[in-house]
Design a protein around this ligand. Sequence first.
Ligand code: SAM
Length: 220
Amino acid sequence: MPAEQVIEQEPAAAPLLAGDRIEMLRAFTADLGTRGEQLGLIGPLEAPRLWTRHVLNSALLAPLIGSGAQVADIGTGGGMPGLVLAIVRPDAHFLFVEPMERRCAWLQEQIEVLGLENAEVRRGRAEEFHDAWEVDQITARAVTALRKLVPLTAPLLRDGGEMLFLKGAAVDAEIEAAAKVLRKFRLRDVAVVELGADLFAQELLAETTRVFRAKIVRHG
Ligand SMILES: C[S@@+](CC[C@H](N)C(=O)[O-])C[C@H]1O[C@@H](n2cnc3c(N)ncnc32)[C@H](O)[C@@H]1O
């Protein structure tokens, strides 16, 4: 049996990003680090980079969430980024869209254990909710490439709503490959935003995060 992985020590940026929600974020991270691999929520090598690569990578998105916004997080899985954002942004409301039953059970358990009042799980694939909702913002991480993610998520957004997708180093190539769907779904103000550069410069965080950001403008 492989040796148990040690959970990464909490980076100095964590309390700065979580503010008075830090204890909640610590409880979630500890639970994910302890049970996440066994439940198939994180890979076998992820515990030593759990804070940096997963939890804080998600929390960095928090300043882009609108106050009072209705947000759908697509493919929440073990909780990234939706559950982390629901913890650090109690002033916004989150729907966790996830097709896998075991992952939904984990997310529901976390909502109850943490006492989160601003989050709900919706079991299913994003396409099952097309035209049923008109949310303000959509978040997603590690679900699929942009050229597939945009058609999956655009019908869930209100006119003027926004996509915020955590992406890796290949984001520019993904945007290029998605040029046709970006036009088809009338996305505007397409940008790649780098988050966490200030914390990185102060050596409080080991990595920055890239976000694909765009607005949908159906009329005009
Ligand atoms: C690689 S995991 C990423 C999980 C989490 N977002 C993260 O970054 O750790 C992809 C997740 O997307 C979910 N998923 C795949 N296709 C989906 C769809 N069409 N709609 C909603 N969720 C989907 C999967 O069930 C899985 O939990």
